[in-house]
Design a protein around this ligand. Structure first.
Ligand code: SAH
Length: 279
């Protein structure tokens, strides 16, 4: 493909592949090569149907997620299924939304494969918390606003707000926080950050179905996010991002610009010019 030497997808092996946030153009070349070679693709609910269409014509597509209110297969069962398929001598492509190692349980599946002595390869994907936000015109770092970015899951193992988090430290020391799986507990998450000392006026955004034709973006603040999201009927999958970087969207909403939005070259209102060229 493209004159590049690509790795062989050996029968009896598993590739754990990130499908990116939605737009098939965000797949890696390794992901595309794997899809063209796989005998079976075991995919999650978050994988975009346009990506599945890129699988080899004869490949079996097997769904391993939640559908129609039925409980999702247990993680252990999915891992064992991968082992079983590999032992049958198949080229097994395990396809996950975003990146398999970012809140994707790819590590757990790979550890099961390691334990069963099944050869595997990891194909990273563009995680929604970076690539999805880029489709909303929100960079996760920007020199004038933040020197770090923090990715947080909005669900703990039990489905509640994660209890292992130091919310005060997040509120105080994490200038940009990107929450995955945040919609269910948005209210509580925002309250915990404000209680931890973060200004309720901090810019925030909710981005649902990023990089798909159904992408929606809501610009709000930490204090008003939960109310605004409910009023606008936002639905998962969605990201919640808190921090000054959200202001940059006024200048970087490239999708909006294609539909006529006038971009502001100085969205942070810096003196003199849009970016501080040298400090
Ligand atoms: N491995 C995935 C994350 C899986 S957790 C990744 O790297 O992106 C599932 C969460 O990912 C969702 O609840 C949502 O917060 C986020 N997500 C995945 N795809 C998304 C998309 N297209 N738009 C917005 N959020 C998305």
């Amino acid at each position: 493909m493209l004159g590049l030497e690509m790795p062989e997808f050996a029968p009896g092996s598993v590739w754990l592949v990130g499908a990116g946030p939605g737009d098939p153009g965000l797949l890696s070349l390794h992901a595309l090569h794997g899809l063209r070679a796989a005998d079976i693709v075991v995919y999650d609910a978050l994988v975009d149907s346009r990506v599945l269409k890129l699988a080899r014509a004869g490949a079996v597509l097997e769904f391993a997620g939640k559908r129609g209110g039925k409980p999702s297969p247990r993680q252990r069962d999915i891992s064992l299924r991968l082992v079983e398929l590999a032992r049958e001598g198949k080229r097994v492509l395990r396809l996950k939304g975003g990146d398999p190692f970012v809140f994707g349980r790819g590590g757990e599946e790979a550890l099961t494969l390691a334990g069963a002595r099944i050869p595997f390869r990891i194909v990273p994907g563009i995680t929604s918390g970076i690539g999805g936000l880029a489709y909303a015109g929100i960079p996760v770092t920007h020199r004038d606003t933040n020197q770090s970015v923090t990715f947080v899951t909005g669900h703990g193992v039990t489905g509640d707000v994660p209890d292992g988090l130091d919310w005060e430290a997040l509120a105080r020391a994490a200038p940009t926080v990107v929450f995955y799986m945040a919609l269910k507990h948005l209210d509580r998450i925002a309250q915990l950050l404000v209680a931890g000392g973060r200004d309720a006026a901090t810019p925030a955004a909710i981005v649902s179905r990023a990089s798909t034709p159904e992408q929606r973006v809501l610009e709000t603040t930490l204090g008003t996010a939960a109310r605004d999201a409910a009023a606008a009927n936002f639905e998962p999958p969605a990201l919640f991002v808190v921090g000054e970087v959200v202001r940059l969207r006024a200048g970087l909403d490239w999708l909006g610009a294609a539909q006529g939005r006038i971009l502001d070259s100085n969205p942070l209102g810096l003196d003199g010019r849009g970016t501080a060229e040298s400090a």
